[in-house]
Design a protein. Structure first.
Length: 102
């Protein structure tokens, strides 16, 4: 995953630097249509493989439906038929467990 950063002067990006999450490169290429005296360089940032994994996971999650419709239909049928039971102790336990995590 590469992002372009433009308009940096020589004090902000001087040569190649490498860090834990990727590399920053400075290319000295003249850009068309730039004002006279402006920096003629295109800088890029490359993120690590971890950033790619996060982006891939985010795309996969975004593609999944937010609600499991099959489970919703199953519960609806159980409620309609009268076979759906509520266990108040289980609900209370889950609420206490969830509250204690924060």
């Amino acid at each position: 995953m590469v992002s372009d950063i433009k308009g940096l002067d020589s004090r902000q990006a001087s040569g190649a630097r490498t860090g834990e999450t990727g590399a920053v490169r400075s290319d000295s290429r003249a850009g068309a249509g730039r004002q006279a005296g402006a920096a003629a360089r295109d800088d890029t940032v490359e993120l690590s493989g971890v950033a790619d994994l996060i982006a891939t996971a985010a795309r996969k999650l975004a593609a999944e439906p937010a609600v499991d419709q099959a489970r919703v239909q199953e519960i609806r049928k159980a409620i309609t038929s009268g076979s759906y039971t509520v266990d108040p102790e289980r609900i209370a336990r889950k609420l206490i467990d969830a509250d204690s995590q924060y």
